[in-house]
Design a protein around this ligand. Structure first.
Ligand code: ZN
Length: 130
């Protein structure tokens, strides 16, 4: 765990566009080469918005990144400093599983910077495959 990723994700969440949920989520996606890509949730009126995790992956993948180490996720109600544990949704779990190996780490930040650590295979033991 790279502890600076907590602050990266906290800062990224401040860019969230979340007028519908009033909940801000930030993600810091770390590549195996040590680069960090940030994401936030981006909601939308009528159609499925983007979660912070998928935003970060889209940025990294579109820059040519292929090897990923971990993602750190921070969530809080709009305008508050209270961090609430924010587990990836089912869509994000399936999306992430496409691009990582089974030991890819997912760090969920909670109160007082507590960390819960999972691998993608723990969060999605039986992923869909064509
Ligand atoms: Zn999601």
């Amino acid at each position: 765990m790279h502890s600076e990723d907590i602050n990266f994700a906290k800062n990224a969440r401040l860019n969230a566009y979340s007028p519908y949920s009033n909940f801000q989520v930030g993600a810091a996606l770390r590549t195996k080469s040590g680069k960090v890509y940030l994401g936030c949730n981006i909601e939308n009126h009528g159609i499925q918005g983007l979660c912070a995790e998928r935003t970060a992956f889209a940025k990294a993948l579109s820059e040519g990144e292929k090897e990923f180490e971990s993602i750190t996720i921070v969530g809080s109600p709009m305008g508050k400093e209270i961090i609430e544990e924010c587990m990836p949704c089912g869509y994000c779990r399936q999306f992430i599983s496409e691009f990582v190996d089974r030991n890819f780490k997912i760090y969920i930040v909670g109160k007082d910077n507590s960390i819960k650590e999972f691998t993608i295979s723990e969060l999605l033991p039986y992923s869909f495959k064509l």
